[in-house]
Design a protein around this ligand. Sequence first.
Ligand code: ATP
Length: 363
Amino acid sequence: MARLHVEDLRKEFDRGSIVAVDDLDLEVEDGEFVTVVGPSGCGKTTTLRMIAGLEEPTSGSITLGGEDVTDQSARTRDIAMVFQNYALYPHKTVFKNMEFGLRMSTDLSKAERREKVEWAARMMDIEELLDDTPDELSGGQQQRVALGRAIVREPKLFLFDEPLSNLDAKLRTTMRAEIQRLQEELGITSVYVTHDQEEAMTMGDKIVILNDGNLQQVGPPKDVYDEPANRFVGGFIGSPSMNFVDVVARRSDDRIVLDGGEAFQYSLSSAYSQEMEVQNGEEAVLGIRPEDIYPADGPNGIRTTVDVVEPIGSDNYLYLDIGEQFMARVSADFEPAVGDVVDVTFDESKIRLFDDSTGESLL
Ligand code: ATP
């Protein structure tokens, strides 16, 4: 296994009119599992294909295990890729599918190849499928074979391109856990592309968020969740999404009041006010997650009207009219009726503030 270093990686299509990946820098440490997430068309697959050697970069470099592989062919990079559609040979048995890469890239004897395939089959719990062909297998079993075929080669790097998208929700959860177990047992350096932010959050040691070919933020999932670098990340990570509302920051003495017009005035404590990098009168966007809004009156109470109540069992989602429509996630014990007027407030330490024009975080 090996460290991956991607520097200034760029891919243009159609003579530069499409910038699919815009000067991307990325480090993946030895044994690290990094998830790459972003909306459709943000450049995830193109990034992965360049790392794999299936797409030629317009510029930039890719270093794997200290070796510059940018100009190497896919075949010589010692990278295994797992795809959404499994990409198995339909007429070869599972054994042959798993053995194929070894035949191509190593000079192991037949007995040694068998030993390795059996080891990988044990890892993936598919020993009893070795004589079957892929068309006899379920989607989940086929993906286990695809994973087995990837690990059998013991490559330097694993690339996953939305490998679980074709599986139903329950199987996806099982396979997620399976891939994480493999990761722990084998210490596989991995880059895992997904459009599912929940998958990215639960699986990644580190999560990379792309938008429009541009890197938005890299970091451990909790850091990205708690301290989004910009409004895009705040809105993209977390479900239901972060709420946003336009405010004007007003400084009085050592405090900042976030002025939401007629809807609310939220006065920050002096300690927290110091962290906010805003001028008096500056327009900004306040971001607050649904779980950080709770029923309370008194100072900083915000009067709202309940538009919709959605029970989800453990909690209720409330759609509240605070000038904008906000969603709050509250305990199932708190169950107002539609049309009720309720007072809520924000958890001060969870309030995020973003620049009105650039969207960058202001704290
Ligand atoms: P998705 O989640 O939908 O698969 P993605 O994040 O993987 O999207 P890419 O497939 O990498 O995104 O595409 C990034 C951008 O590059 C898109 O605008 C896409 O239309 C464009 N693109 C990708 N491949 C080509 C190509 N061969 N020719 C022209 N444009 C391309």
